[in-house]
Design a protein around this ligand. Structure first.
Ligand SMILES: C[S@@+](CC[C@H](N)C(=O)[O-])C[C@H]1O[C@@H](n2cnc3c(N)ncnc32)[C@H](O)[C@@H]1O
Length: 257
């Protein structure tokens, strides 16, 4: 399909950021959704989503990707989320949008699913993964903890053996280390969409904001005055990827290369 024939309806904020047990950041989810949609359609010859479907790490309340599934004929998504409140909401969203035949969300750890026979048959993963850097997981929504540098889950994803990852990479979660690991594992950056975001409820939590300030001062990423940049990138191990845009991606994330 032509990427111009698609339209993502942006999720509306619930007005209850951080308090309802599931992730809620309308701008971030919309950017993730829009980017996944554009990258999948634009790179349909490289990424076999039309024949295999895709898996999703961390569906949240599913408002982001349910709209993409509705807009993109032939796309099927198997999502996993570790938060019971999120899965309950996700199932409601999917029912309301009438995409239950092509989007399912199961409760559990994505990496356990990845080790299953179904996981082994899937080569593409989409994710706006937990990426909040903090000294420990005692934060506003513990499921969003990404370890000390914020990139623990994306590093696990890179090592899990999938050929294609469409994944959100924030500027403050040591993206240079993430991309260096990706390169060593044979991934190239086919393309990406980057957007500036304000710190939301999760990044502004004082314990998190202080940690981000420390990490970025030590050179493990970038953040401005209450703002950062997120890029959703297509990382692929396909030899057919026409080029590697890692350097452009790092520059878009405000890192010197
Ligand atoms: C940043 S939110 C993204 C939600 C949604 N994809 C969106 O963009 O609106 C990350 C989600 O990952 C989930 N999560 C965290 N660790 C997980 C794991 N090991 N397996 C599956 N989901 C996980 C969290 O519960 C959370 O809902």
């Amino acid at each position: 399909m032509d990427p111009r024939d698609t339209a993502v309806l942006l999720p509306q904020p619930s007005g209850d950021q951080g308090g309802n047990g599931s992730f809620d950041c309308a701008e971030e989810s919309a950017h993730y959704a829009f980017s996944v949609q554009l990258l999948l359609t634009q790179y349909a010859a490289l990424v076999p989503w039309q024949t295999e479907g895709v898996a999703e790490l961390g569906s949240g309340d599913a408002r982001a990707i349910a709209h993409v599934v509705r807009a993109v004929p032939g796309l099927t998504v198997h999502g996993t989320d570790i938060s019971a409140a999120s899965v309950e909401r996700a199932r409601r969203t999917i029912d309301d949008l009438g995409v239950g035949d092509r989007y399912t969300v199961e409760l559990g750890d994505f990496f356990a699913w990845a080790d299953s026979p179904e996981g082994a048959r899937t080569s593409t993963v989409i994710a706006n993964p937990p990426y909040i850097p903090a000294p420990d997981g005692d934060i506003l929504m513990p499921e969003l903890w990404g370890g000390w540098y914020g990139n623990d889950l994306v590093l696990r994803l890179l090592k899990a053996g999938f050929d294609h990852l469409l994944v959100a990479l924030p500027s403050y979660s040591d993206p240079a280390a993430t991309l260096a690991a990706a390169g060593e594992l044979g991934y190239r950056v086919a393309n990406f969409l980057a957007m500036g975001l304000e710190f939301g409820a999760y990044s502004s939590e004082p314990k998190v904001a202080e940690h981000i300030a420390r990490l970025t001062a030590e050179g493990h990423g970038w953040a401005g005055e209450g703002s950062y940049v997120v890029a959703v990138a297509l990382l692929t191990r396909s030899p057919e990827a026409p080029r590697d845009r890692s350097t452009e991606l790092l520059r878009a994330l405000q890192l010197s290369v």
